[in-house]
Design a protein around this ligand. Structure first.
Ligand code: HEC
Ligand code: HEC
Ligand code: HEC
Length: 279
């Protein structure tokens, strides 16, 4: 499953930069510690962290003028797309120790970067590893998997919008996802029903959906409303999940209405994993 990493702008490296002071002489950044790429080396892990440690304080698209320390303006490493476009050249300079200026990248990090290039620059996290490099055991707390036909309860936890678009079949949802029992529940694991998903659009309008027997929710909720002129959910939006007097909120406002681009079993784009029912 390909995620839309391009939608996320990395602010962390820029924040670090503010503290370091742009023109300061650079100390070697802390090495990445133990890196385990036995399941693969991807942008999500550990390449992004390596680039943030050593490169984005000069090579970031938001940096201009003197704050780039003369780094060429067309060579940036702050998004997947930019990093992939310059990956071969970056690898050459990392391996020969001339980038960052003065070197400092550990052998383990060099090997991980080389492996990423050799494996074809994959973007997503390797199986069983999250964006921090932590091993994650996948679960299914309901103990039940959906095995039925295509319907509103199909394939809980999977990317409804992406698959319907790819197959050219199934309803065109503006927003969709699954409320599940735990952050690392696997695809097709039956989620939690009866959870109210309240989405507040940028215009203040609230759209309220209720998760079905698989935990799935989607908008527009049925064909009648889809065919009628329905109100679009204005972005950026925020989310509150409600059940039995308990609440769980997404504090970060989002502009992408496809929840499952981020709330995968491992979590992408900094999401903690699944959308989990309040408890
Ligand atoms: C202190 C600022 C700074 C840091 C940090 C830095 N670079 Fe550079 N980079 C430069 C400058 C200046 C140049 C142009 C001079 C040169 O090519 O040596 C450059 C050039 C490059 C080029 C050559 C572009 C071309 O046209 O061929 C690549 C590739 C590159 N850097 C990759 C990296 C990578 C990968 C990292 C991190 C591992 C990194 N840089 C870290 C300043 C930096
Ligand atoms: C791997 C691909 C795939 C995924 C993932 C997927 N769907 Fe579907 N879905 C389909 C296809 C193909 C159809 C059309 C089936 C048909 O018309 O016979 C469909 C049809 C549907 C329908 C219409 C069923 C009907 O009775 O006409 C609904 C509702 C639906 N999907 C909901 C979802 C939801 C909600 C999700 C996410 C939790 C989801 N789907 C995930 C492929 C997928
Ligand atoms: C572009 C990525 C992205 C998309 C799309 C997204 N989220 Fe999130 N979500 C995050 C991130 C990052 C966090 C963790 C930070 C926070 O809580 O704001 C999060 C957190 C949450 C949480 C709180 C998690 C916790 O700690 O309990 C909920 C609930 C949630 N999201 C629901 C949703 C729903 C529902 C949708 C779709 C309507 C959605 N999200 C779409 C990235 C995303």
């Amino acid at each position: 499953m390909k995620n839309l990493g391009a939608l996320v702008v990395c602010v962390c490296s820029l924040t670090t930069l503010a503290f370091l002071g742009c023109g300061d002489k650079l100390d070697p950044a802390p090495a990445g510690g133990d890196i385990d790429t036995s399941n693969g080396s991807t942008y999500c892990y550990p390449v992004k962290q390596i680039l943030e440690n050593y490169c984005t304080r000069c090579h970031a698209s938001a940096l201009t003028g003197g704050s780039r320390n003369n780094a060429p303006t067309n060579v940036n490493f702050d998004t997947y797309e930019a990093a992939a476009a310059s990956a071969e050249r970056a690898n050459g300079r990392i391996q020969d120790g001339t980038m960052p200026p003065g070197g400092g990248v550990s052998q383990e990090e060099k090997d991980a970067f080389q492996q990423w290039v050799d494996e074809g620059l994959p973007e997503d996290c390797p199986a069983g590893v999250d964006g921090d490099g932590d091993a994650v055991a996948l679960t299914c707390v309901s103990g039940r998997y959906y095995t039925g036909e295509e319907s509103a309860t199909m394939r809980p936890g999977e990317n409804c919008i992406a698959c319907h678009a790819r197959e050219g079949e199934g309803p065109v949802f503006e927003l969709a996802g699954t409320v599940m029992g735990a952050f690392h529940d696997e695809d097709r694991c039956v989620g939690v029903s009866g959870v109210t998903v309240e989405i507040t659009g940028d215009d203040g309008n609230k759209t309220t959906l209720v998760s079905n027997s698989s935990g799935n929710f989607f908008y527009p909720p049925d064909d009648d409303r889809r065919l009628a002129a329905i109100a679009a959910i204005k972005t950026p939006y925020t989310v509150a999940l409600k059940m039995g007097g308990k609440e769980r909120r997404m504090s970060t406002a989002q502009t992408n209405r496809n929840c499952m681009d981020c709330h995968t079993a491992l979590g992408t784009n900094d999401a903690p994993g699944r959308i989990v029912a309040p408890e």
